[in-house]
Ligand binder design. Structure first.
Ligand code: GTB
Length: 220
C-alpha cells in the first residue's frame, strides 16, 4: 500500500529541505518505497481534519491504510522496520542504530533548536547579544563530542543507517550558521549524507513544491 505523507504547502525555508518531511522522504527514497504527498497550509494544519492525524497540528504525518503516525522519529523508525536497508541485521547493531536516532533527536537537536529559536524569535531582546554565544557554545559542545565519536569513520556504526539519516538531517540545520566548519569530519559527514542519491531525490521533491513548480504525479 502506498503511504501518504503531509508536507508544507509553502515551507518557511523556501525549499532548503529543513522542514521535517524531508527526513521522511529521504527514508522512503532509501528503501525504494513510492509515496504520495498531501500538501497542507498553516491554517489547514490547525483544523480538525489534520488534528485528527496530528494532535499538535504539525507536519509530517504518515498514513498507510488504517495506520496513522506522527513524529518524524517514529515515522522513520516505522519505515526502517518495514523495509531492508536502514536498520542493521545484527540485533546489537540494530539497537545501536536506534540509539543514534534517539541521540540525534534528544541530545543533539535540542541545542540546535535552541539556537534556531534564539535567532528567529529573540533578536530584538536586550539580552540577545549576551545570550547567543552561550547558546552557540552548547551546540559546539555537542558537536565536539559527536566529532570525537565519529572520528574518521564514514558513518556512525559502520554502514549507513537510520541513525545517520537522522543525525545528518539534524546537522543540516546548522549549515548556514558556520558552526560545522570547526569540525571538518562532521562537515564531510553531512556532505556524504547529502550526496546519497536518495537524499538528492527527497530534496528535489520538496524543492519542486517550494519553487512553485506544478505538482508531479505523486504530490497532491
Ligand atoms: N517533533 C515533531 C517531529 O519530529 O515530527 C516536530 C514536527 C515539527 O516541528 N513540524 C513543523 C511544523 O509543522 C515543521 S518541521 N510546524 C508548524 C507548526 O508547528 O505550526 C520544523 C521546521 C519548520 C520550518 C523550517 N524552516 O523553514 O527552516 C525548519 C524546520
Amino acid at each position: 500500500m502506498t503511504p501518504t505523507i503531509t508536507a508544507f504547502e509553502r515551507s518557511p525555508d523556501g525549499g532548503k529541505g529543513l522542514a521535517r518531511d524531508t527526513r521522511v522522504r529521504w527514508a522512503l527514497e532509501e528503501v525504494g518505497q513510492p509515496y504520495e504527498v498531501r500538501l497542507v497550509s498553516f491554517r489547514a494544519m490547525k483544523e480538525p481534519a489534520h488534528l485528527a492525524l496530528h494532535p499538535f497540528g504539525q507536519i509530517p504525518t504518515y498514513e498507510e491504510g488504517n495506520l496513522v503516525l506522527f513524529e518524524t522519529g517514529s515515522i522513520v523508525f516505522h519505515i526502517a522496520q518495514r523495509h531492508a536497508g536502514l536498520l542493521l541485521d545484527d540485533a546489537h547493531a540494530r539497537s545501536r542504530v536506534i540509539t543514534w536516532m534517539f541521540a540525534a533527536l534528544n541530545t543533539v537537536e535540542p541545542t540546535i533548536l535552541e539556537l534556531a529559536t534564539a535567532k528567529l524569535l529573540e533578536r530584538d531582546k536586550p539580552w540577545y547579544a549576551e545570550r547567543l554565544p552561550l547558546v552557540e557554545d552548547r551546540v559546539r559542545s555537542r558537536l565536539g563530542q559527536l566529532s570525537i565519536r565519529l572520528a574518521d569513520a564514514n558513518w556512525l556504526d559502520g554502514t549507513f543507517s537510520a541513525g545517520d539519516l537522522m543525525m545528518v538531517s539534524v546537522l543540516l540545520r546548522l549549515k548556514s550558521s558556520g558552526l560545522l566548519d570547526a569540525f571538518p569530519n562532521l562537515a564531510t559527514y553531512v556532505a556524504r549524507g547529502e550526496a546519497r542519491p536518495a537524499y538528492k531525490r527527497a530534496f528535489a521533491a520538496q524543492l519542486a513544491i517550494n519553487a512553485g513548480e506544478p505538482p508531479t504525479g505523486k504530490q497532491r
